[in-house]
Design a protein around this ligand. Structure first.
Ligand code: NAD
Length: 474
């Protein structure tokens, strides 16, 4: 814990004050919601340079253009989408009352109400996006929020906390900094909703903590996102696009391709094309400012450990470019057909390595995917419509991109989230607004109540039982 960090007591006081302000303010009109979203937009516009510089420093090398694209523009896109679309989402929706009350003038509707205060715990790999993208939809739904940036990127966390303190009334939006102990403190507080982005293991601890207060959770977790390259795919295009995905943030992205399944007779051609494509992005590793570094020594040792384990088990590993790791900048290591049980086949890679595994029949890849925890993303490359449908119908994943990797996660007009071990709940789009709203059904009874006249209230009339029996129909 650094001297700048907040204490759990300060967090508890902040949340209590936000909840009190929420109750006192009553309904949250569109203008208030728009003003809050706009403040978040203005924050990113005003502070984007120090934020980008902090991310570069925290990673020990992350291109400012990439940080702008991934974190600043990615967050702005979510905030602007929410700002420009939320108003119709707020409107109450008329629903059909049941018989016979519909005949007597009953009315029913669904009201989308803010829940209160939303806790948002972010990751280091996309340190702004994992805070501001959920914030966009939490604010659109009329909530207040407390952000908890990742301590793995401490400078970024501090700039976020200072910028939030400068731009927002803390009763609307605040940020608290700290490590796992602050993550635990956030998840132990009685928030009205909690968004956690991070690893599956920590996600379980977060949900356990949240259960003590019955806090509903959105868990944006990770996993080994599989990629199937069908025989009908253009091999060079598939390899180029997968290489471009691995090039992004050195593979440190939740939806990054992890295991790539390729038809056995195409495997060598695919590996060669993947190496060529990656080297075309990064002809050198050492000192290459375009190449994001692995965030710290611990994560580098983690990825290198998977690679050493695969080599020790006899797997072939190719490097592109054929250079050693320089500092924390790494070539892409391609692990070919590692044996079952290899750590790289068990753990999410989340770094500059990829597995390429051969198949004889695409059903083997589908079976392998289904034998593992549900992934966050799945990719299919190919022109065979029947095979594409077979893959879509016989697998489950948070989302899918076809003939590309990661693009579905950039959709604003569609939900983003995981399933099973890769998480629960969504943000993005109208589904994100609904996630952070309480969807409340209101039934307004008509003046006339037919139950007494129809013998439906005790003491029951002689026809009541027969009338009920008559309605038990197939
Ligand atoms: P992490 O789980 O280590 O940490 C995430 C956050 O939880 C941090 O703010 C951290 O301080 C906090 N935390 C850590 N340990 C904690 C504990 N014991 N109790 C409470 N809080 C704790 O994850 P990470 O390394 O920052 O991020 C990598 C993981 O996140 C990968 O699995 C990746 O796939 C996933 N991820 C998912 C998405 C998504 O949208 N689904 C996006 C980015 C990353």
């Amino acid at each position: 814990m650094s001297t700048h960090d907040h204490t759990p007591e300060a967090l508890a006081a902040l949340l209590a004050a936000q909840k009190q302000a929420f109750t006192a303010a009553g309904a949250v009109d569109a203008a208030t919601r728009r003003r809050r979203i706009q403040t978040a937009i203005d924050l990113l516009v005003k502070h984007h340079k120090p934020l980008v510089a902090a991310m570069d420093e925290d990673f020990g090398g992350r291109h400012p253009g990439f940080s702008l694209m991934n974190d600043v523009l990615g967050s702005l896109a979510s905030l602007k989408h929410a700002r420009d679309h939320f108003e119709p989402w707020m409107a109450a929706e008329k629903r059909q009352p049941f018989m016979p009350y519909d005949q007597f003038g009953a009315e029913a509707w669904v009201q989308y109400q803010p829940k209160g205060s939303v806790g948002i715990i972010g990751t280091w790999n996309a340190p702004l996006f994992t805070l501001f993208a959920p914030l966009a939809y939490a604010l659109a739904a009329g909530n207040r929020a407390i952000l908890k940036p990742s301590e793995i990127v401490p400078r970024t966390a501090r700039v976020v906390a200072e910028a939030v303190a400068e731009m927002f009334d803390p009763l609307d939006v605040a940020a608290v900094t700290g490590g796992p102990e602050m993550g635990a403190a956030v998840s132990a507080q009685p928030f009205d909703h909690l968004v956690f982005t991070g690893s599956t293991e920590v996600g379980k601890a977060i949900m356990r903590n949240a259960s003590a207060n019955l806090v509903p959770v959105t868990l944006e977790l990770g996993g080994k996102s599989p990629t199937i390259v069908g025989r009908s795919a253009d091999l060079a295009t598939a390899a180029f696009r997968i290489a471009a995905a691995k090039a992004a943030n050195a593979g440190q992205l939740c939806v990054n391709p992890d295991v790539v399944y390729v038809a056995r007779e195409q495997l060598e051609g695919f590996v060669a094309a993947l190496k060529d494509a990656f080297a075309s992005f990064f002809p050198t590793v050492a000192g290459n400012a375009d190449l994001t570094a692995v965030v710290n020594e611990r994560h580098l040792a983690r990825v290198e450990g998977y690679l050493a384990d695969a080599v020790a088990r006899g797997a072939r590993v190719e490097s592109s470019p054929a250079e050693p790791v320089a500092g924390r900048r790494c070539p892409l290591r391609i692990v070919i057909d590692p044996p079952a049980g290899a750590r790289i086949m068990e753990e999410e890679i989340f770094g500059p390595a990829v597995v390429v595994q051969g198949y004889d029949e695409v059903g083997e890849a589908i079976a392998h995917i289904n034998g593992r925890p549900r992934p966050l993303a799945l990719y299919y490359f190919g022109e065979d419509a029947a095979e594409q449908q077979r893959v879509l119908d016989n697998t489950l994943s948070g989302g899918v991109t076809i003939n590309e990797a990661m693009f579905h996660a950039a959709m604003h007009d569609a939900p983003f989230g995981g399933v099973g071990a890769s998480g629960m709940g969504h943000y993005h789009g109208r589904e994100g607004f609904i996630e952070f709203s309480h969807v409340r059904t209101v039934f307004k009874a008509p003046a006339y109540d037919p139950r007494r006249e129809w013998g439906m209230l005790p003491p029951y009339g002689e026809h009541f039982l027969a009338a009920m029996e008559a309605q038990v129909t197939p």
